[in-house]
Design a binder for this molecule. Sequence first.
Ligand SMILES: *[C@@H]1O[C@H](CO)[C@@H](O)[C@H](O)[C@H]1NC(C)=O
Ligand SMILES: *[C@@H]1O[C@H](CO)[C@@H](O)[C@H](O)[C@H]1NC(C)=O
Ligand SMILES: CC(=O)N[C@H]1CO[C@H](CO)[C@@H](O)[C@@H]1O
Ligand SMILES: CC(=O)N[C@H]1CO[C@H](CO)[C@@H](O)[C@@H]1O
Length: 937
Amino acid sequence: MSSDEILRTTLSVLLISLPPEKVYGKDFSEGTYHFLVEEAQKILQGKSTTLLYNRDDLSLNKEKNKKILSKFPSDSLRCIVNDYVNSIYEGVASESSHEDSFLKMHLLAIALLQSFIQLNFTGPSIEHSYQKSLFPNIEGNYLQAEINKLLNVEGQQAYDLMVDPILLVLSCIIFEKLLGISGELSIIGSNGSLGYDKTITAMEQTVEKASNNPVLASTCWWYSRALQVQGSVVSEMPGIISKLSSILLNPSIITSLFVEDQAGIVLRQHIELIFSLEYARVAIHGQTENYASKFIHNARRISGLELVLTGAKAKKTRFQDFYASILVLLAKSQMKSLYTSGNELPETFNLNSDYLLEMPEYESLTDVELQNGPEAKKIKKENFFESPDYDERLIPLATKTEDIPINLRNIEPNNQEPLDDLDNLQLLLIFTILKQTTPINDVLVEEELFAILERILSVKHAHVNWSIFSRALWERSVLETGKPKTVERGILQMTSIIEEIGIKIRTKVIPGSGAQEESQSANRLRFVHQLPLIPQWTMDVKLAEKYMSLGVLKSALEIYERLQFASEAALCYAATGDEQQAERVISSRLEKHPDDARAISILGDIKQDPNLWLKAWEVGKYPKAKATLSRYLYNPPRNCGINRNVDLAIKHMNDSLCVNPLNFENWFFYGCCGLETEQYDLASEAFTRCLALDDSNAFAAANLASSFIKLGKLKQALISLQRAIRNAGDSGVLLKLYDNYLTVAYQLESWNDVLIAMREIVKVQSNSAGERAIDLPMLESLVDVLTSTEYMSEHLGRVPHFQSSCTDLVCNILPKVITKSSRCWRIVSRVELWRKRPWAALECHEKAYRALLTDPNLEFDEKVWNDAVESCSDLVAAYESLGELPGKYGTGELVCKDWKYKAKSVVRSLASKGKASWEDTDGWNALQSMKEELLSA
Ligand SMILES: *[C@@H]1O[C@H](CO)[C@@H](O)[C@H](O)[C@H]1NC(C)=O
Ligand SMILES: *[C@@H]1O[C@H](CO)[C@@H](O)[C@H](O)[C@H]1NC(C)=O
Ligand SMILES: CC(=O)N[C@H]1CO[C@H](CO)[C@@H](O)[C@@H]1O
Ligand SMILES: CC(=O)N[C@H]1CO[C@H](CO)[C@@H](O)[C@@H]1O
């Protein structure tokens, strides 16, 4: 194996966290990258902390470097830590080549990151404190507070009680350095006052270079993980972190990791799959679930997971003695990933490996048809602009058993095969997307959520991984607390899971937690970069929230106080109406942390005081403060002494969006303000940004179209309307959208679109509005266009779509809708004539006339009378001109042989109906002359 292959393979294996015994045969033991393979193995074995702590030779621990740290606290910590990292890098560089030292720093940063995660997320914990050993003479609380400050982002403070946050700080600084982000571009220790534009640009340039540089590519990927961890130690994922992570996870970086041999193909699948899952997670963290769904579908395509939700009768618990209908998830993995025991990478990487033969199903991507589940079809049906591969549901739903896809039909719900770990991960990500995007207490969604978790948890005799199993269990407990019947059990389970993660005890609840400590930590870390991150304290917070929702305020407060979550405790008090206590709690937090912008902003929320939001912005550029202020000014409460000021609201929202541009609701609000103040450029920019975040939002698309219309950009307006219509479902706005669509298309003289819109409007409205649904002038123009083309009859060849569809509208659909508009019948008649169907044209005139003749207002309303006369005259003219043309069957008969007789009798019958009321009117006289003409003819 070449050293280049060793390099790529090792980096890949490290990224996808494969158990080392699956890969490393003798091939790896020698060669240039000896140090790489050795350290990678240690990290993979869960020995990151050992790697850092017990080695004097490690540059991190060298006295020369540590001495730099002793300048604290007289110099600023940010500078000192920077110098420390520089000195480490120099030390490494003096002993190895440029490339090797880059790689060594990269490995060091990974080990630091993994250690931090173990100590704060997955456990097990260890006794030793790393930061204490680096700063032996500094008082612990002070040190911790100063280190934490370096991790603050966008005005949010990193959690006070993290274990050894220095590990994360060092890891991030090393990654930044390797990626060319330093000094004022650094995220660590920045207060955001300079904005992040330069950082973003620098990062984009670095990522471009990574597409043919495996070490750089791996660094980008790992740094995105470190950023996600940093984002998860503050309360709300900061926009800049989501932004940078999505830049770093550019699909181009993964290609440089591929190795071109057979084992490489297997690895490649894993890399692509894990990359997709991880991107989905970044999107979930950033609340841009729409992107997440795309990458989930991508993952599904790669792994071939087949799944369908369907109904089943079931007993939910042992104690239930009846069967009730619930949802069940049938799922089958196609892929056997390398994580599954028994699947080894072929040790010798040679070409006659029969690995590929073992997994023929790997290639077949069978779930395309699944993606169009019946539910999706139902939604699709109404939508004219739906692209064929558009998929509404993350999990297809088979409402009837015969709709279950063939491959899943024989599954015995009680005895489903274990899913592959990576498919389980996919399910957990889908679970999170659904949970984040659907309203709580929707019964169907809740059942769907339970079904997903059951599928993961109820597998018999299977080794479900620790992280996957414990996460699924955790989520189920949280769900159970939402139901009155199971709330107590849910809370008990939550409590015991929290304990188990923190404490090194052997328990029976989660499999594998009794294993050797190191393999235990490796197992626990395995999928931590793909699962939504939940630090240990967030679990406690969740528990506290549950207590709060149950009204058990005391327990909630106990937790918040133990965790020192002042803002949350304050909100807890405020929720119960004890605002004074809430203010006290926050104020005392602010005494110690005067720059906690989020706390200031929350105090502003509690007191509804605009000055506090302004202050939160000043202190820490906390974007939410400005967003709240903006909404406040848009709609200030009565009697607050502040007038509504939309321009100012726009200004503040602009500030907020500059810092955090990934917030859909804020862009939407900003756009609406723009529409209201007639700033259409601003509005169109805002709604464009909305659609970039969620292109399935019909309201944003509709508003974008309105802005474009105002700006006179009709083509763009039409495209936006198409998008809006595509996503409007069968909601009430659909008709309005089609109305606008019709108007714009008409102005653009885009007749195909006019036709589409008109058909839809008639279809939707025909029951309620009848012929009033039709815009006659537009219909006339449309028919002008139609009849100016040459009529193609079906047996003369292919009829152009416009022609057939337009004829269908005018000649088949409209006649069912028209009641008495003779103008409308005349239009139909014109088209029939153009189609060379004079008999049908004549029928139209007869119908128009008959409708008026039977109108009850004929004797009272002169307008109706005049219409009737006009229609009669049309009909007579039609008899005259069409009567003697060849008839329908083409066998020599005429359209209307006795047309003269018929013409006379219509005139006579109208005259007799109108005589009493309308004798001597203009209409009457016209009728008389018609009669004379007929007699003289
Ligand atoms: C933010 O940092 C910059 C330089 O890093 C400094 O000049 C500025 O005073 C800081 N602003 C605040 C509000 O701390
Ligand atoms: C904020 O306003 C400025 C000036 O009007 C504009 O250039 C900028 O694009 C706006 N920023 C956002 C995020 O809309
Ligand atoms: C403050 C806090 O929650 N610390 C926890 C960090 O994570 C480890 C491992 O799960 C726990 O042992 C700590 O209690
Ligand atoms: C790849 C992997 O992590 N496998 C582990 C999944 O979890 C089971 C039980 O904890 C372990 O036995 C496997 O080694």
